[in-house]
Write a protein that binds this ligand. Structure first.
Ligand SMILES: [Fe+2]
Length: 364
């Protein structure tokens, strides 16, 4: 391509932003396509009124009461979906009285709260807050909580893979050797009836067995459930350059990528930008789930909340974040970002838990 330079700019992106200006990245294909940087006199998110359907959304996940909280036979509650992906929450207090198999796609579960175990064909995996459980399409499993307060975020798409780390090398951010996989733990019971619910094209069919369906005595191969905890992630940072969010990619899939923002030091260089730059989402919807810590680019958002920044409009740091960021050396935030190429629709449950004031929060 052919970069052009016009007017007042900085020598390098995200470094030495001209005083009194706000840098915006206008890019195709996330941060990988053709890109320009624009230097605004005002934050491009500071609109005072919105008319029409397109707006940033804040969904207070703690206000959602998933059906499976009180009814152990119920499914998780979908909050956001499109033809490629579904994002749900589950708050089971009791063990699932059935086994489940997703015939539509892989699932990634993120444990916001709770303790317990997943029973799978491949064996059990324990869970605790901050865990990711990656459950391949077609795995039979059930969730067995050990405490009454559980809060799981579930992201589903056709197939997740671990992202290629490119020049950073295969051990950056997540060393694959630390991924935990289950050991076989066959159930021998044959006195009773067991239900396996299979989801295909988002419809459920139940299969009933006279023997326990988790009867695997051994397995081999490279497709299996996996667990790891965000405390073991090693974020890729630079002291002198603000890295794009893609360095935090945790699971990738063409229509749906998951990134994790984990505790990390800020850029120490005085000229380097510390906050995410403003950008307009052209090719991805960005759904961010706030798990723990103080969220560096957001003011007034707590754990359990989701923000959705849809394609076509700008987002970026809240102005108050600029005031505080230079006094701190690091962030302790843990947040999960789900990026989808198709727009996400909100379910009725998500709309009921929305804080509409968020749409104009940058102007406040
Ligand atoms: Fe973004």
């Amino acid at each position: 391509m052919f970069p052009q330079i016009k007017g007042h700019v900085t020598k390098q992106a995200h470094v030495g932003i001209p005083p009194g200006t706000y840098e915006e990245e206008h890019a195709r294909r996330g941060f990988f396509g053709r890109t320009s940087h624009l230097y605004h006199l005002h934050p491009p998110t500071a609109w005072v009124r919105v008319e029409g359907p397109l707006r940033p959304r804040l969904i207070l996940g703690e206000r959602v009461v998933p059906a499976d909280l009180m009814d152990s036979t119920a499914a998780p509650t979908a909050l956001f979906e499109n033809d490629d992906a579904v994002v749900s929450i589950s708050r089971r207090s009791q063990a699932m009285p059935f086994y489940f198999r997703n015939g539509d796609g892989d699932e990634v579960h993120f444990v916001h709260r709770g303790l317990g175990r997943y029973e799978t064909d491949y064996g059990p995996l324990a869970y605790e807050p901050g865990d990711y459980l990656w459950i391949p399409k077609g795995t039979t499993y059930r969730v067995v909580p050990e405490v009454s307060e559980n809060f799981l975020l579930i992201v589903e798409t056709r197939e997740f893979v671990l992202p290629d780390r490119g020049l950073m090398g295969q051990h950056a951010f997540i060393d694959p050797a630390m991924l935990e996989t289950p050991d076989p733990a066959p159930h021998a019971e044959s006195d009773g009836e067991w239900e396996v619910r299979v989801r295909r094209e988002r419809q459920l069919t139940s299969f009933f067995y006279r023997f326990h369906p988790l009867d695997v005595v051994g397995w081999k191969g490279e497709l299996m459930p996996v667990r790891f905890n965000v405390r073991d992630l090693r974020p890729v940072v630079s002291a002198r350059y603000h890295m794009p969010p893609t360095v935090h990619a945790t699971f990738s899939a063409d229509p749906c990528t998951i990134c994790t923002f984990a505790p990390r030091p800020f850029e120490s260089d005085a000229e380097s930008q510390r906050l995410p730059f403003y950008h307009r989402n052209i090719d991805y919807d960005e759904l961010l789930f706030y798990h723990a810590g103080e969220f560096m680019s957001r003011h007034g958002i707590g754990p359990g909340a989701f923000t959705l920044h849809p394609q076509g409009i700008h987002h970026g740091p809240h102005p108050k974040a600029f005031e505080t960021i230079r006094q701190r050396q690091a962030t302790n935030e843990v947040a999960v970002l789900v990026e989808t190429t198709r727009p996400l629709r909100l379910s009725a449950e998500a709309e009921k838990a929305e804080d509409p004031a968020y749409a104009t929060n940058w102007a406040q």
